[in-house]
Write a protein that binds this ligand. Structure first.
Ligand SMILES: C[S@@+](CC[C@H](N)C(=O)[O-])C[C@H]1O[C@@H](n2cnc3c(N)ncnc32)[C@H](O)[C@@H]1O
Length: 249
């Protein structure tokens, strides 16, 4: 299983994936239950605004490159976030939390067995009575594999803050209908003064869940009072949000 949030893709996230409706959607949960963990915090799209607002929140992510970009962005504001480089299914942190938010991360770069294990790890990192707030994408049918491969960079390039230009292209490369897992490839390019500096390709696997399946997995991991909310928009997709509580005792 693999994730693509490395190298130029991490740089792209830091440069261009800031803001979005998820920041305010998840904020009240963090504000109401601290300390909080942003599980799969990436470059700190949620974490950094929460820290700037004085909330007690730390982050973890599987990608060292995303965390490095998060630290770089934080340093510009004089912040030094506590960040851990760990996969969700191996999560082993020295503290427990009142709230864990997991935005746009569950099901990425992992097998279904690892996802079930991740929910157990998240449960065990909550204080008794603590709340997990986790979203998945509202998906209909699985996509199909792209029948055409493009290898040339797209004409559209975006200027980064260091003056270089970046471009990305995503395609579906494999769909495992049995496992309900989609593998996408991302190509990334960087130019400076018209000269190609770097070209990368990474893969991202995503396991797709229905609300019934994930509700059952949460209950099996020990969560109670599982509530499923829909209708909120994330950046580029409709979210299904799961609220699940670790029992008081
Ligand atoms: C789509 S990004 C979302 C980042 C952030 N939550 C946000 O909303 O901006 C997904 C993040 O999850 C991380 N990630 C993917 N699979 C993971 C796993 N199995 N364990 C921990 N982090 C993972 C990636 O490195 C990436 O930073």
């Amino acid at each position: 299983m693999s994730t693509w949030h490395h190298g130029l893709v991490a740089r792209w996230w830091a440069e261009f994936n800031q803001g979005g409706p998820e920041v305010e959607y998840f904020r009240p949960f963090v504000a109401a239950g601290q300390p909080a963990l942003d599980a799969g915090c990436g470059t700190g799209r949620l974490l950094l605004p929460y820290l700037r607002a004085g909330l007690d929140v730390v982050g973890c992510d599987i990608s060292q490159d995303m965390l490095a970009e998060c630290r770089r962005l934080a340093a510009a504001d004089g912040l030094e976030p506590t960040l851990y480089a760990q996969a969700l299914h191996d999560l082993d942190l020295p503290r427990r939390f009142r709230t864990i938010v997991c935005c746009g991360t569950f099901g990425l770069g992992s097998t279904r067995a690892q996802d079930a294990q991740a929910l157990v790890r998240l449960h065990d990192h909550l204080e008794p009575g603590g709340l997990l707030v986790l979203d998945i994408e509202e998906t209909g049918s699985l996509p199909t594999v792209a029948d055409q491969e493009h290898h040339d960079p797209p004409a559209e390039r975006v200027q980064a803050s260091d003056g270089s230009e970046l471009a990305l292209r995503v395609r579906v490369v494999e769909v495992d209908r049995q496992e309900r897992r989609v593998t996408r490839a991302i190509q990334a390019w960087q130019w400076r003064d018209g000269e190609l500096l770097a070209e990368e390709e990474h893969l991202l696997t995503e396991s797709v869940y229905s609300r019934e399946e994930l509700t059952e997995l949460l209950q099996r991991a020990g969560f109670v009072d599982v509530e499923v909310r829909s209708g909120a928009s994330a950046w580029g997709y409709d979210m299904i949000v799961f609220l699940a509580r670790r029992p008081e005792v």
